[in-house]
Design a protein. Structure first.
Length: 251
């Protein structure tokens, strides 16, 4: 029996997952970062989407100090985060056929853009349809998901497919079914999810790769600076002015 505390066990589990991702997803991270850099270099726009808690990793790369200014959040009202009441509505909306198509068709996405779709299970109708329809519009798609779900669960999309089946690049978060790293005899269910830690790390690794790829081509990297650092607001104002036609969270 381990003498470590539950906190230490969770951190060890998270570190182990991050090490797996570093070792096993390096090629996919490089491909995803290059795809985003190609999009920026070609004049395209960047978008990220996630439903429920998967939206946390998507939101983490939007309007972010140290992040790419061109990354925009593709929002689905009621499905992003847990601020909607009841919170269970978001889970229900993820299973609605046709919602993703309606959202995309009324969004600014167009051919030549890139969309990062974050979905832990990748099995619900919303993320599957989001990726499928986006590609039909000429948008390149990066999927961030746990491939284990596609191997051990069934799809909830009418096609019977998963998010991973409709992506140009797939990043596997390695999260086990159920997203809970710890168990105790005294607690009736597994607990301590690590998907947000790992998925956010994957997203930031992709952003870092995209930034370095742009710099290597001699292209200015449109980065934001913290507004809490002297000169940050002035820096960001210049970026917003220069790239305003590709930034939608200020309109």
């Amino acid at each position: 029996m381990s003498d470590s505390t539950p906190a230490e066990q969770f951190l060890d589990a998270a570190i182990g997952l991050l090490q797996r991702v570093r070792a096993e997803e390096a090629e996919a991270v490089e491909a995803a970062g290059t795809l985003l850099a190609d999009t920026v270099a070609g004049g395209g726009r960047l978008f990220a989407f996630g439903a429920g808690h998967s939206s946390l990793a998507a939101q983490d790369v939007v309007y972010r100090a140290g992040g790419l200014a061109l990354m925009n959040l593709l929002a689905v009202p009621g499905a992003v985060g847990v601020d909607v009441v009841p919170a269970t509505l978001g889970s229900a909306l993820e299973r609605v056929d046709g919602l993703a198509t309606a959202v995309l068709d009324s969004s600014p996405l167009r051919a030549g853009d890139a969309l990062v779709v974050v979905s832990l299970s990748g099995r619900n109708a919303l993320p599957v349809e989001m990726a499928l329809h986006a590609r039909s519009l000429g948008v390149r798609v990066v999927g961030v998901t746990s491939v284990a779900y596609a191997e051990q669960t069934t799809s909830r999309h009418s096609s019977g497919t998963f998010l991973k089946d409709h992506c140009d690049v797939v990043l596997d978060s390695k999260i086990a079914i159920g997203d809970a790293e710890l168990t105790l005899d005294t607690i009736p269910a597994p607990f301590a999810p690590a998907s947000t830690v790992v998925t956010s790390a994957l997203m930031q690794a992709v952003m870092a790769t995209a930034a370095s790829s742009l710099a290597a081509r001699g292209i200015e990297v449109p980065l934001l600076r913290s507004g809490n650092v002297d000169g940050g607001h002035e820096w960001n104002r210049r970026v917003f002015e220069e790239y305003g036609d590709r930034i939608f969270y200020r309109h």
